[in-house]
Structure formats: structure tokens, C-alpha cells
Design a protein around this ligand. Sequence first.
Ligand code: SF4
Ligand code: SF4
Length: 351
Amino acid sequence: MIKSLKAQAHTLSETDAQLDLLNGPLFYDSGNSSFTAHLKENNQFPLKPTNLEIFQINLGYMCNQTCAHCHVDAGPDRKEIMTRDNMQICVDLVRKHNFKTIDLTGGAPEMNPDFRWFVTELKKAGAQEIIVRCNLTIIVANKKYNDLPEFFKEHDVRVVSSLPYYKSEKTDKQRGNGVFDKSIKALKMLNAVGYGKPGTGLILDLVYNPAGAFLPGNQMELESDFKKELSKSWDIEFNSLLAITNLPISRFLDYLVKSENFVDYMVKLVNAFNPSAIDGLMCRNTISIDWDGHMFDCDFNQMLDIKIPAANGSHISTFDIDKLSKREISVNQHCFGCTAGAGSSCQGTTA
Ligand code: SF4
Ligand code: SF4
């Protein structure tokens, strides 16, 4: 089995190949191991949205890093980038529908040349909370980004940043040589303007995801360890730690196959299915928009190119909140990553 999986590994950048692998005759023979079957057992099929609160917008796949487990397959060579025209449509939708939270992601969203214009316009349109998924190293990558902490502060942005571990070895292994030291430098710059400091209201959250084929540990315990170690070694403060499960897609799926961990990891996810995580699935209150303005149930479906069906309006130019609110969410085997253990979403655990 592993031999045939390895043979497929070279094609895994293709979304069809990923879906074939996730749905292939590996161990789902009975049908009882499908995510759909698990939803049915819990009277949650078809999966429906609750209320649309979060507008998650991907500003492009370009990034200054090439992390080993990146589910976006982002990097310096990616050219896909959101245009100002599509940003303007997003701004108009935020103004019209009063979306509570705007979650800006990438790649490195700050590398989009219209990033600052977009944040400013979203604020003017009434966005209550703007999250920027900042990879930290972008702040020190080039002097044109050095003032990002001040820009974030000025626009009351909530900064959410990945830091796989509080020590350099594990962080650099997952995110690239030298990333830990640069991340520490950037965190100090964010702390210096008040981010993560009590009483400032400037929120700095960190994201932890496991370095291998295992589920994250307890989010509260991890947060406590990170706070203690980062404070002791680097005098760094932050608000909350969000523990996220690696979903079996893109580069992480590639890693699972090449390291011969794919089957074991999927069995782990299926066995750890937690029905109480269904209520908090992020696809139930979020719409994910790609750089080209197409809409998806979540960031992961975006990466697998599972679009919201055209009948419900698959592009922001045909945005219809009534149809979107009544749609059926497209699920697949990768969804087990969101319901395993304490549940997982872009906001951390869900159960
Ligand atoms: S920083 Fe984020 S978007 Fe960039 S390669 Fe790493 S995981 Fe992917
Ligand atoms: S992968 Fe997306 S669609 Fe599937 S459960 Fe998670 S958030 Fe929902």
C-alpha cells in the first residue's frame, strides 16, 4: 500500500490527486469511515451554516517563506495575488452585510501591494475586527515592512502569528533555517508598540501546529508552556495560543505520504472523531475567498479547489447571503482534521 502511495506523491500538488488519495480504496472500504457517515450518525448531514460572521480573504499565495507543512503551498515564486478590484468588492460586501470579523491571510498578506489600502478601506467600511495572519518574519524581511507593527497598531489589527515552538530547532525544521531568530525579533518589535501587553487592547495571538504526524496537545497547557518559556528566555509576551491540527492536504499530505505516515495519521484522525466539535466547525460561520474572488466553505476546501456550487453564487461578484446561508457545506475525508480531539479551526480548538 505504502509503495503505491509513494508513487502518487509526485502528483500531490494537483488537487484531483489529493482528493483521489483521500477517497481512495485505502481503508474506507466499508463506507463507515467516511466523514459523511460520521455526520449522518450525529444527525448533522448535510452540514449547514449557522450564521455568517467571518469573511476570510486570501490576498495571494506569495510568501517570503516555504514552510514544510504549508497547506497553501505558498512561496516566493507564487504569482497569484488579489487585485484591487476584487478587494473593492470585498469592502462593499463588508459595508453591506456588516461582517463582524475580517480574517486576512495568504501567503504573506502584507506582500500584496494593496494590503495597507485594503486594511484602511475595511476599517472605513465598518469592520469590527480585522485579523492579519502575519508570519512574523515578513516584518524583518525587508525595511519596507519594518513599520508593520505601527501600521497594525494604528488600524487596531489583531495579529495572529505561527510559531510552531518556543525553541529554534523545531521551529526552523518546520518553517526554514533562521526563522525562529527572525520571529523572535519581530515579536519584540510587536511587543515594543504594545502588542500582547496587558491593558493595551492590542491582541497578539500565536498559532501552534504539530511538527509531525500527531495531534496537538492540550491548548491551555501549550499556552502556559509557551508563555513561561518565551517570557523567561526572550522577555516576550502574547495573548493566547491557538492550537491547530495539520489537515492532510497539500504539503502536509505530501509529507505524510513520503514519510509513510499517511494511513496511520488518517486512522488517528478518524479514531479521534469528536462529535462535540461539529458545532464549532469554522465552515459554519465563515466564508473563505481566494485571491481570484471565488468563494469556498473554508481555507482547506479552497486549497482542494472545492468551490461553493455556482447555484449558490461561487464568486464574490454574485454574492447572495440568503443562498449562502442555506447552502450545504461540501465535506470530504480531510474534514476529520477539524473534528479530531478538541477540534481545530483557524481560531484554535473548537470543542
Ligand atoms: S508563512 Fe504561512 S503561508 Fe507562508 S509558507 Fe509558511 S505556512 Fe505557508
Ligand atoms: S475542512 Fe472545511 S469544510 Fe471540512 S469540516 Fe473543516 S472547516 Fe468544514
